[in-house]
Design a protein around this ligand. Structure first.
Ligand code: ADP
Ligand code: MG
Length: 234
């Protein structure tokens, strides 16, 4: 259970972090970023600038060149508690020959011990993503947009505290996009989770996010909605 104190603790803290694949060649520098429970932060910027690398670094898949990262209370290289971090990669990493149901249950396994509860959460997540009728279909028979929804269901079934979503709305038609975005947003607000979403479409990013971080030439520039300006200190 989350206590009130937990709700004031950031789910993500980055301090003087430089990311990239070579120590002498950083892609992005992030002086200071905090993400709190219930918050949605969008990251935008041109192709190849390092957006996916930033998410992969937060997910613990790429080591930062320098700096301090704290993810769900764990200071890197320590890993966050099992199931707390949910990651929807740009390349989805689904098991192509296995069914929708099987793939979603694999996600739930990260967060939930009881098999029965896992199955229940998986069915719910598949339903929320509008895929109930496709539940028994193998992934390879689905369209790109449907596969992206499976990856989203896989993460929602896990009930994570921090979701990292890399272009998870691409390949969706307008109607599906609205319902997928609403489902994920509702989850984040109701569960006091947080969402960090990479979104190449700036107007869409502005629409969904409390904070928008635009990566440009290795620097992060915050554009902040409403009254949140004081919370961003970069
Ligand atoms: N595994 C890797 N090793 C080395 N360089 C990589 C690797 N993955 C991506 N890159 C490079 O890092 C840069 C940023 O890539 P990426 O984070 O995927 O950009 P974005 O998501 O903003 O389009 C690109 O120049 C890309 O070619
Ligand atoms: Mg990318």
């Amino acid at each position: 259970m989350q206590t009130d104190a937990d709700l004031n603790e950031p789910l993500l803290i980055l301090r003087d972090v430089a990311i990239g694949y070579h120590p002498s060649d950083s892609l992005v520098n992030i002086p200071n970023l905090e993400v709190f429970p219930g918050e949605i932060v969008a990251i935008a910027g041109p192709s190849g600038i390092g957006k996916s690398t930033l998410l992969r670094t937060i997910a613990g898949l790429v080591s930062p060149i320098t700096g301090r990262l704290e993810v769900c209370g764990a200071i890197m290289p320590e890993k966050p508690p099992r199931g707390h971090l949910g990651y929807i990669p740009q390349k989805l990493g689904l098991v192509r020959h296995a069914s929708v149901k099987h793939n979603v249950e694999l996600g739930a396994r990260a967060g939930i011990k009881s098999r029965k509860l896992r199955q229940q959460r998986s069915i719910e997540a598949i339903d929320i993503m509008g895929l109930s009728e496709k539940s028994a279909e193998p992934i390879r028979r689905l369209s790109g947009g449907q596969q992206r929804r499976v990856a989203t269901a896989r993460t929602l079934a896990q009930r994570p505290k921090l979701i990292l979503a890399d272009e998870f709305l691409s390949e969706l038609d307008e109607e599906t996009l609205t319902s997928v975005l609403e489902a994920v947003t509702d989850y984040v607000r109701e569960s006091k989770a947080a969402l960090i979403v990479v979104e190449h479409d700036i107007s869409r990013a502005k629409m969904m996010a409390d904070k928008l971080l635009v990566i440009d030439d290795g620097r992060i520039n915050p554009f902040v909605k409403g009254t949140k300006a004081m919370e961003v200190n970069m």
